[in-house]
Design a protein around this ligand. Structure first.
Ligand code: URP
Ligand code: ZN
Ligand code: ZN
Ligand code: ZN
Length: 475
């Protein structure tokens, strides 16, 4: 007797798409087979015409995170609801580390904050400095199930930048104990000197924000950190990568077998820097790195296809209009006086990641549905170290399952989303492909328009990254 059976759907893996049934018991996948009409189950989902994917993992988001004077529009419960509507079954966020903090203390605090999630969750550790007492925490954090270490190569003025010495020290210990540094790669020197020039020339509009952090600002940091990782022998993941020069650096390292991995995000594939031309709305699109051009987006799609980019994440950082505007000044007519330094960086994206990749990727023929599974789930699980518990549909794996309808057409708008804000940068985008049902550890959490999940029902997922992923370029 199964708890749940999913019948008549097409089960998608990185390697194949097969018409096969799934039997679920005690939150785990028990059987993948033709189960016949006489199968006994407490509940049956008829997935005729639908595709069944391993639950989407979003390993990159910032929720309940104090940043640039803001805190974000969601808590971990509302974020998990929004995520589930986007087919996500596991979320990962970062410790809120600031100078002087113990990362272990921050990790424990984060575990507590994330426990209100309706979905399983895990935590990356953020490092902003590397005194001995912090470095000693690294092996303990790995034992506690958090072997991934986020570092910002910029945001010095915000007090969260890791300098080169910090990067090197963390890289060496990651190599020694089995950790994966995740890097926000932007050259602080290039960004800060450009911002100073913008201030001097009073060019503080939204377009100046984008030009203060050009492609090479990112590529310089990718290049430096790639060489550091080659020098230390550790694996590294470049998050939210936006451009070909940066991919070229990573590809050259990958071709030598080095464990250099690259993530990109849906907004860099589908939104462009022309958004900054709008005085009224351009500030809502401020994120780091900035949005680029259609040329860069095309090159990212190439990177998703040729394997240089192996994972996607949302980098969800959902701020209300009020938060985006809270530090801006206005003129006598109430019009915003542009100053990009006063706008918190970050876009919403967790709920739209899968639908946008289904539509702009699969429906438009840019990637196969099998590649989409790698980019949204399987590779994310392998790289973050929770595979095969997560990231695949196989006997013994957690029954985290996303059922999608590849043919459903709909239009993105704020009303369609559950992300606690009243704007959507993709407003009006026509999509082909939609989430039908989301199942987290065997429980249906989203069915059509209904949320059926429960607050506090997510569990902390301990992770451990395979040696093969850490020592050689693995996928
Ligand atoms: O603009 C962004 N990406 N905000 C979120 C924090 C980060 O840099 O990842
Ligand atoms: Zn970042
Ligand atoms: Zn981020
Ligand atoms: Zn590869």
């Amino acid at each position: 007797m199964f708890d749940l059976v999913i019948k008549n759907g097409t089960v998608v893996s990185p390697e194949s798409s097969k018409k096969i049934d799934i039997g679920i018991k005690d939150g785990k996948i028990s059987v993948l087979d033709q189960l016949g009409d006489s199968v006994e189950a407490k509940e049956v989902i008829d997935a005729t015409g639908k595709h069944i994917l391993p639950g989407v993992i979003d390993a990159h988001m910032h929720v309940e995170a104090p940043f640039q004077g803001c805190f974000g529009a969601n808590d971990f419960y509302t974020q998990s609801v929004s995520a589930a509507f986007g087919g996500v079954t596991t979320i990962m966020d970062f410790t809120n580390t600031f100078p002087g903090n113990s990362v272990i203390t921050q990790f424990e605090e984060r575990k507590d904050e994330m426990s209100k999630s309706a979905l399983d969750y895990s935590i990356h550790c953020k490092f902003v400095e590397a005194p001995e007492r912090i470095l000693q925490e690294i092996p303990k954090l790995i034992d506690m199930g958090s072997p991934s270490f986020k570092m910002f190569m910029t945001y010095r003025k915000e007090g969260v930048m890791s300098d080169d010495e910090t990067l090197l020290k963390v890289f060496k210990l990651a190599k020694e104990y089995g950790g994966l540094p995740l890097l926000h790669a932007e050259s602080n020197a290039i960004a800060e000197s450009n911002i100073e020039e913008c201030v001097a020339s009073n060019s503080l509009g939204w377009q100046s924000f984008a030009s203060s952090k050009p492609v090479l600002c990112e590529t310089e940091a990718v290049s430096r950190a790639t060489l550091f990782s080659e020098y230390c022998g550790n694996a590294v993941l470049f998050v939210h990568t936006t451009n070909k020069p940066s991919l070229d650096i990573a590809r050259r390292a990958q071709e030598c077998g080095l464990p250099v991995y690259v993530e990109t995000c849906p907004h860099y594939l589908t939104l462009f820097d022309d958004m900054y031309a709008s005085e009224e709305r351009g500030h809502l699109a401020i994120c780091s790195p900035p949005l680029r051009t259609p040329k860069e987006a095309k090159e990212l799609w190439d990177g998703l296809r040729d394997g240089t980019i192996c994972v996607t994440g949302s980098d969800d950082c959902t701020y209300s209009i009020k938060e985006k505007e809270m530090f801006l000044e206005r003129d006598a007519q109430g019009k915003i006086i542009p100053d990009f330094r006063k706008i918190v960086n970050g876009l919403s994206g967790c709920e739209i990641r899968l639908p946008v990749l289904l539509s702009e990727g699969v429906a438009k023929g840019r990637i196969s549905i099998n590649r989409l599974v790698e980019l949204t789930s399987t590779n994310v699980a392998k790289l973050s170290g929770c595979y095969p518990q997560k990231g695949c549909l196989a006997p013994g794996s957690d029954a985290d399952i996303t059922i999608v309808d590849l043919s459903r057409k709909w239009v993105l708008s704020p009303e369609q989303l559950h992300n606690n804000i009243d704007y959507c940068l993709h407003d009006g985008l026509e999509l082909t492909g939609a989430v039908d049902t989301t199942i987290a550890r065997g429980s249906i959490v989203v069915q059509g328009k209904d949320f059926l999940g429960k607050r506090d029902s997510g569990r902390f997922i301990k992770r451990s990254i395979a040696e093969s992923v850490l020592t050689n370029h693995a996928f």
